[in-house]
Design a protein around this ligand. Structure first.
Ligand SMILES: [Ca+2]
Ligand SMILES: [Ca+2]
Length: 252
């Protein structure tokens, strides 16, 4: 039955392609039924450099990604191992490799005015951020002994802007982010990747015309204590006076 269906599908494709030899392409059998292309070019993000599929080989092949890695020791927070960010004309992409123990939430911080001298500077000594996004990568389960880490889940943050009074939500979850579900990656670490719909987020922050911003990532545990930070410097580097800037993301 299966092979009969397969054969029928191949026959249909072959016959359809025979009727349209002028396109000059060899059919693959995986053409999108809507646009007729393989890979599909009619779905948003379908032709971008990064596919949000939990396969990170596309990051290895990418040119121009901004990458921060955790020094092997002599750092305050050790569980976030690699943070990558990259932007194309449609999306801002992120990749996080981390130790999953006790992890609950990932929070990127954004320097929206591209000025390290303005905004909050409590998390990086060389950065001043005006926005953040908060999203859990594990469910939080309540027990008699307090909260415990539940099942992994796709990162789908809400976006906030700092105000004089605290923070104000500018964009709800479910509006702008597509993420893989965190899963075991390598060396005992886990990873996830996500795309952030650039136009929606920049408009929510009132910086639709921005050509550059900076961004750093924090990883928090079940008590909202920090357990990961990138970029980061070692204690020795900080003692020597080195600042900790965030990653600079250029928007093409
Ligand atoms: Ca991928
Ligand atoms: Ca700033």
């Amino acid at each position: 039955m299966f092979f009969a269906a397969m054969t029928a599908a191949v026959m249909m494709c072959f016959s359809a392609c025979q009727e349209k030899p002028e396109d000059g392409k060899t059919p693959t059998g995986n053409e999108c039924p809507d646009c007729g292309e393989d890979p599909c070019v009619c779905e948003p993000g379908s032709t971008t450099a990064i596919q949000i599929d939990g396969d990170y080989a596309d990051w290895d092949a990418l040119q121009g990604a901004q990458i921060a890695t955790c020094p092997a020791d002599d750092v305050m927070y050790e569980q976030l191992k690699t943070f990558k960010a990259y932007a194309d004309e449609e999306f801002i992409y992120i990749f996080c490799e981390f130790q999953p123990e006790n992890t609950l939430v990932f929070v990127p911080y954004f320097d929206l005015d591209n000025d390290p001298s303005t905004g909050n500077d409590s998390k990086w000594s060389g950065a001043g951020y005006e926005g953040k996004a908060e999203g859990g990568v594990f469910a939080e389960e309540t027990t008699d002994d307090g909260p415990v880490q539940g099942a992994p889940q796709a990162w789908d943050p809400a976006f906030y802007q700092y105000t004089d009074a605290g923070t104000e939500k500018v964009l709800d979850s479910g509006m702008a982010v597509l993420s893989s579900v965190p899963a075991a990656y390598k060396n005992g670490n886990w990873a996830f990747e996500a795309s952030i719909l650039r136009s929606v987020v920049l408009e929510a922050y009132g910086i639709s015309d921005a050509t550059q911003f900076t961004m750093g990532m924090y990883q928090y545990d079940l008590d909202w204590s920090c357990i990961g930070q990138l970029p980061c410097k070692t204690f020795a580097q900080k003692d020597a006076g080195e600042l900790e800037p965030m990653l600079t993301i250029t928007l093409p």
